[in-house]
Write a protein that binds this ligand. Sequence first.
Ligand code: OAD
Length: 245
Amino acid sequence: MRNLEDIKQALANTQHLVVFTGAGVSAESGVPTFRDALTGLWENFDPEALATPEAFEQDPAFVWGWYEWRRKLLLKVQPNPAHLAIVELAKRVPKFTLITQNVDDLHERAGSTDVLHLHGSLFTPRCFDCGNAYQFTAAPQHSVEQAITPPQCVSCSGYIRPGVVWFGESLPEAEFKTAFEAAQSCDLLLSIGTSGAVYPAAQIPEIAVRNNATVVHVNPQKIPTTLKKEYSLQGAAGEILPLLL
Ligand code: OAD
């Protein structure tokens, strides 16, 4: 594979590698993506009813129950070879930045540190009203259909909400700034398992392309490439990434 040789060369020479991940990097762990046909979460659930502040205000138990179901799923799965390969890649380059759109903790469980979570995390709930952090006390025990009244904030009695970024909300400022600066200054960016459908996160590979970095898309779908230094490696992340090591 000629592309693979070019990319390995770019990896050997990189001064600053950025890895940008989406739901596809966790797919082989058994975590559903959002937009894959049949299995994607947004193929089966309505994002308007689950991933907006208005949805939470309208039916907090339905929304909290759905996110608790997702958190419960995560407690049962493990990082896959793609997460592990990313940990290895980080050790081999002078400067490394890991940016994820994922709200799971599989990068951290694989051993990655300083992960920039652009869309928040299922493990950092907070009060909907005052923003106070909330500590989970027990693993959730329920099925997808089950609505659960959210716990209440100890300071203001507001409902606790998931620590994820919903549609219509801003990205966390510090993560956003660091991620965009990294996209501007890196010389190599691997964009792994994302449909590129959600902005502003989807700008990250675009910024790197504009700044003349080499950009590699890893996805079972063929990603259209426009420039000489942009590559598409077609396949599952857990199979492709170990080939780069
Ligand atoms: P999507 O579900 O939109 O896209 C997942 C991508 O992963 C698709 O391009 C798939 O082809 C690809 N994919 C599937 N299996 C794969 C595998 N084994 N290896 C590599 N790639 C694979 O997920 P995201 O792009 O992450 O927002 O979605 C972006 C945002 O939309 C999410 O962060 C979420 C959602 O609404 C929030 O939670 C705020």
